[in-house]
Design a protein. Structure first.
Lengths: 483, 224
């Protein structure tokens, strides 16, 4: 269902064209099952988050602290990346840098080839989705198997995650039961959730035991200690990072913090905002491969640091705030648009509000300029964001970048991609008119007198609404009459 | 120029001239410190981790091996793997574990992988400490108690000294200065492995242990 479109750096990335966004949204809102499952799931997640923050003061203080940690880290980003690299190398970890998805995949394929790997088991990693890791591996003849239950389900179904925390949120247990019965040899149909999870456990345990490489994402990378932190509930992240001989972690360059203590508040606000859990089952801090007297753990650990447009966001003071994100998903859980259209309609790896503000940097505005317009600017995302990213402000900024006339030295690749000279002229005239009391008075006088001339078809507006028509009398005239 | 140099150059070229002020974590955590006694910390830890489906048993110091043997019998644990050279391991070796076969971890994981995955019913480790706020155990991997011991067997038994329960994660890592030297793997564990990936329905025993059993010792008295 996806077509290949180039991103900013000319890499192929599975993406459905911007023009198709409206069609997909239309299909999604007309699918009552889809709407029902997302509505139910989002209500559930919102209630669980709210229960974690009974005390407004506590939440405010923790949000401010988390925001300041992320902003501090970004203000020192290049220094922290170098410090992280030095400490990881000291700990025996190999560090790689990739500017593009292709580069990242080539690095990891190189590692897989060196070890003659046949199977990579994967913990949950949105960055690996961002770079289409599974496709790259499969194309090269290396198996890549998702082991997070939700990701495993999505992979069996040949889909992409529809939520960054709960990848299979769009699937019902009956659909999953069918999927398992069809794809897993010897499995009969059961829609008992415990039974389904035990089936997944059995299948994937065999794979953990024999896999050559384990892949994981990173939630926080600690510069001062050279430590990779992973948040998870299932234990598959621990399996992937502990059992195979080689562990490869991949992360965006923005995930670094300076001090180990900085992860304490971020971890707390992450799990509470994401799934409304006081804490996740596991918080896994990895500081190197098997060494000294260690009796298990991987013999090699690699970290791949991916840019893919992040340095473009970094270059602009306002857009830099995009990189504060800790990928909790709260913004999508609270988004009225996401709740109605689901994650797949966006067509990007990251759906929802965070997807709208981060995808344009990864893929260029040419492909993504409609995304920031798919918002009512209600502000819910900004209100719940645990690191206080002003998402609505950024959406307005991105609309501006997309719709302003192309100019030299743009802040973003694809600036002006949504520019329309006619529309822009119309707005300019309107602004002129509005800014001068005399012309505005004249305009409203004319509008009330010639209201019968208003067209019945008003393009996008009348697609779902009755036509606009000026009132027969101006407000100023009505006020005058009253006096 | 390498990818590394290009990325760093782009970031350096746009880095704010002045770094932000270092965030003040103590300003958030200090006013929230509860100054609880040991018993109160244990009670909060217990409520927390039981809420995540872990079992908690309190035992007198002298009696925990017998309690462990009883629990193993109840759960029909055929083989329990443990690290023999820790203080707790030595106690266990001496006391035995009733009808359950005690098997010390020996060699590298490669030597015992098949058994670990298919024949060991439970793993026993010490906990380095715990966190009252969230109901979490703290485990540091070591040569004696490797990472997979608390991960692969279907049941994980953990021995916790009540005096090592910290109020928060922040307190634990600051008061013990973790940043000065972390093991290969440091871990917080809050309950048995679980998932809600199918229709938000919670199911336990996803990929890690299906059961987590905590034996708390040294709960008597108030000397922290
Ligand atoms: S933008 Fe904020 S709310 Fe959305 S995923 Fe990122 S941290 Fe969470």
């Amino acid at each position: 269902m996806s077509t290949q479109a180039p991103n900013t750096t000319g890499q192929p990335i599975a993406f459905v064209s911007a023009q198709a966004l409206r069609a997909r949204m239309h299909d999604a809102v007309n699918d009552p099952h889809l709407r029902q499952s997302f509505r139910g799931a989002m209500d559930f997640l919102m209630a669980k988050r709210a229960a974690q923050f009974p005390d407004e003061g506590e939440l405010d203080s923790l949000r401010s602290l988390s925001e300041s940690i992320r902003q501090y880290s970004l203000s020192k980003l290049p220094d922290l990346l170098e410090q992280l690299e030095a400490n990881l190398i000291r700990n025996g970890v190999h560090v790689h840098w990739a500017e593009t998805p292709d580069e990242a995949n080539a690095i990891m394929l190189g590692i897989a080839r060196r070890h003659q790997a046949k199977l990579v088991v994967k913990g949950k990693s949105m960055v690996s989705e961002e770079i289409e890791f599974n496709h790259a591996m499969e194309a090269a003849g290396v198996g890549a198997l998702e082991s997070d239950m939700g990701e495993y389900i999505v992979q069996l179904a040949g889909e992409k995650p529809s939520h960054i925390i709960m990848p299979a949120i769009h699937q019902t247990k009956q659909q999953i039961a069918k999927l398992f019965a069809e794809h897993i040899p010897g499995v009969d149909y059961t829609d008992n959730v415990d039974a389904l999870i035990q089936i997944g456990r059995r299948v994937l345990r065999e794979k953990f035991e024999i896999a050559d490489i384990g892949l994981s994402g990173v939630n926080f990378a600690v510069a001062e200690t050279g430590t990779l932190c992973l948040v998870e509930n299932e234990g598959n992240g621990r399996m992937c990072t502990t059992v195979p001989k080689v562990h490869i972690a991949i992360t965006g360059i923005e995930k670094v913090v300076e001090k180990l203590e900085h992860v304490a508040p971020l971890f707390s606000i992450l799990t509470r905002s994401a799934t409304g859990q006081a804490v996740s089952t596991y918080f896994n801090m990895i500081s190197g491969p098997r060494r000294g007297g260690d009796r298990d753990g991987p013999e090699e650990v690699h970290l791949v640091l991916l840019d893919n447009g992040r340095s473009q966001a970094y270059a602009d003071e306002q857009l830099r705030k995009t990189l504060q994100c800790i990928r909790c998903g709260a913004c999508m859980n609270h988004c009225p648009v996401y709740t109605r259209i689901g994650g797949h309609a966006y067509g990007t790896t990251y759906p929802g509000p965070i997807g709208k503000i981060v995808s344009p940097h990864m893929m260029g505005l040419e492909q993504t300029h409609l995304l920031p317009t798919a918002s009512s600017l209600c502000g819910a995302c900004g209100e719940v964001c645990p690191v206080k990213i002003p998402i609505p402000e950024l959406l307005i900024r991105l609309r501006g970048e997309a719709q302003s006339a192309p100019h030299a030295n743009p802040a973003m690749v694809g600036q002006g991609a949504g520019y329309d000279a006619k529309v822009s002229l119309l707005w300019k005239l309107w602004a002129r008119l509005y800014a001068r009391p005399a012309t505005y008075r004249a305009f409203t006088w004319l509008a009330t007198r010639f209201r019968f001339l208003t067209p019945k078809q008003q393009s996008g507006w009348t697609a779902a609404r009755t036509p606009l028509k000026p009132a027969p009398r101006r407000l100023r005239d009505m006020v005058k009459d009253r006096r | 120029m390498s990818a590394r140099d290009r990325i760093l150059a782009r970031l350096r070229g746009n880095q704010p001239a002045q770094a932000d002020a270092l965030p003040d974590l103590a300003a958030h955590y200090t006013p929230r410190a509860r100054g609880e006694a040991k018993a109160a910390r244990l009670a909060r830890f217990r409520t927390g981790i039981e809420g995540f489906h872990a079992e908690v048993h309190v035992s007198r110091e002298a009696d925990w091996p017998a309690l462990l043997a009883r629990l193993c019998a109840d759960k029909q644990v055929g083989t329990l793997m443990y690290g023999a050279n820790t203080p707790a391991g030595q106690r266990l070796t001496g006391a035995g574990c009733g009808a359950t076969t005690l098997r010390p971890w020996a060699g590298q994981v490669e030597d015992i992988k098949a058994d670990l995955f298919h024949r060991v019913d439970a793993g026993f480790t010490q906990a380095r400490g715990a966190i009252a706020e969230t109901g979490s155990l703290i485990l540091w991997s070591s040569a004696e108690e490797p990472r997979t011991l608390s991960l692969v067997p279907p049941i994980h038994f953990a021995l916790l000294d009540a005096a090592t329960i910290h109020p928060t994660f922040y307190d634990a890592l600051v008061s013990e200065n973790w940043a000065a030297g972390l093991p290969t793997n440091a871990l917080l564990i809050s309950g048995p492995s679980k998932t809600a990936d199918i229709q938000q329905t919670l199911a336990y025993g996803a990929h890690g242990p299906k059961e987590l059993v905590v034996i708390v010792i040294n709960a008597e008295g108030d000397a922290a």
